[in-house]
Design a protein around this ligand. Structure first.
Ligand code: FAD
Length: 359
């Protein structure tokens, strides 16, 4: 049964396929999205295991597909890098299709997938939210639509690919994944919000932007913090409290999507995206955007992209991980975990090192 799968990505494929609605997706004690099985409802049909991307996956190698870099020709305020995701979504919405992506829910203080069908909604799904999205409700809604585009992390996309393959629905959906170096525990985030509330008086239900001013800056209400100094961001980028499965991610160089997107920062102030077209459907979508001059792209070398992406990942959980998770469960904030003084000291040290390198 699904609760015995060793490496769970929290993609919700099992819950989507279950004919008895015996599986719910919820956060576990460590703050990660996991399936919860109701054994009384379960009839042991085994469908959940058939679509689990941990047990079953067909992936294409990025290395063997077209690799381009560039950006959207228009303006998209909320996108993270080259806004290729925005260009793909805008075109789909203009065709009358829906887009399913991750939104930040201020009430829940968490990220979840939702369907949008207009430009207002598109602004809500645009932009990276550095939290684990619970995709279940959005994906369930998407399956009721005749056509649509799904954006998500590679594991979410691999799970959904299995579900639509099983239902013979592959022609109805275009799947787009993003490079992902890992998702942090929800506790890291919720405890940080409480800390910001106590220290700066922000509301824990304020709007959030993880890529404020185009950089790795967090904005919550009136509070802003650079990634190197903000304790949540600092610990996230130290890769200390990822989900177990992130340290064993099989999707770094392979994908179940039609298109893979990522950041491509080569010049300051000119963020671009890297775009891999993995399938015919993916290629057709990107070619159409180029023909319509919605995006400007040029061929890039796979090795250059791979080098940068590889430097982002961590394959072994750091020894402090369990200790940090226990401290978070006990209600401590990211600022308590490392100490704000220590974070600031590391920032100053990094800054001086950078200055010395420039001279
Ligand atoms: C947790 C996480 C880790 C990432 N790690 C890397 C990395 O190591 N290297 C890299 O190049 N890029 C990484 N990215 C992707 C990157 O930030 C951009 O999303 C990507 O370059 C596309 O940019 P864009 O401007 O075209 O689209 P964007 O405006 O960024 O939107 C892309 C899509 O991502 C979806 N999305 C946003 N947050 C989430 C989420 N939490 N879960 C699922 N889907 C989400 C949105 O629905 C949106 O449709 C990461 C993103 C996330 C969320």
């Amino acid at each position: 049964m699904i609760d015995t799968v060793e490496v769970c990505f929290g993609c919700s494929a099992c819950a989507l396929i279950c004919p008895r609605n015996a599986i719910e997706m919820d956060r576990d004690d460590d703050g990660f999205v996991k399936p919860r099985l109701n054994r009384q409802k379960c009839v042991e049909c085994g469908l959940c295991r058939k679509v689990c991307p941990s047990l079953q996956r067909t992936l294409l190698a990025l290395e063997n597909s077209s690799c381009q870099v560039g950006k959207y020709s228009g303006f998209s305020e909320h996108s993270s890098s080259g806004a290729i995701a925005y260009a793909i979504s805008e075109t789909a919405i203009n065709r009358g299709e829906v887009v399913c992506g991750a939104i930040y829910d201020t009430e829940m203080m968490a990220v979840k997938h939702e369907i949008v069908s207009d430009l207002y909604g598109l602004n809500r799904v645009s932009g990276s939210k550095y939290l684990q999205s619970n995709p279940y409700t959005g994906l369930k809604d998407l399956l009721t639509k005749p056509r649509g585009i799904l954006f998500g992390t590679p594991c979410q996309i691999a799970g959904f690919r299995n579900v639509i393959q099983h239902g013979k629905l592959e022609d109805a959906f275009l799947l787009v994944d993003i490079f992902c170096h890992g998702v942090p525990s929800q506790l890291l985030w919720t405890n940080h919000l409480k800390h910001l509330h106590e220290k700066y008086g922000i509301s824990i239900h304020d709007e959030v932007n993880f890529r404020f001013n185009g950089g790795f800056n967090l904005k919550v209400g009136q509070y802003t913090g650079e990634a190197q100094i903000d304790p949540f961001y600092h610990l996230y980028l130290k890769r200390c409290t990822y989900a177990d499965s992130c340290y064993q991610c099989p999707f770094r160089r392979r994908s179940a999507a039609d298109i893979r997107l990522g950041d491509y920062f080569i010049e300051k102030g000119n963020p671009q995206s890297v775009v891999f077209s993995l399938t015919e459907a993916g290629e057709a979508c990107i070619e159409q955007l180029v023909e319509q001059e919605k995006v400007k792209l040029r061929i890039a070398a796979y090795a250059d992209v791979d080098r940068v992406q590889d430097a982002n990942v961590k394959s072994v959980p750091p020894i402090e991980r369990r200790k940090y998770l226990e401290q978070l469960k006990a209600g401590q904030s990211p600022a308590n975990l490392m100490g704000e003084g220590k974070i600031f000291f590391q920032y100053v040290k990094g800054f001086i090192k950078k200055l010395l390198r420039k001279e």
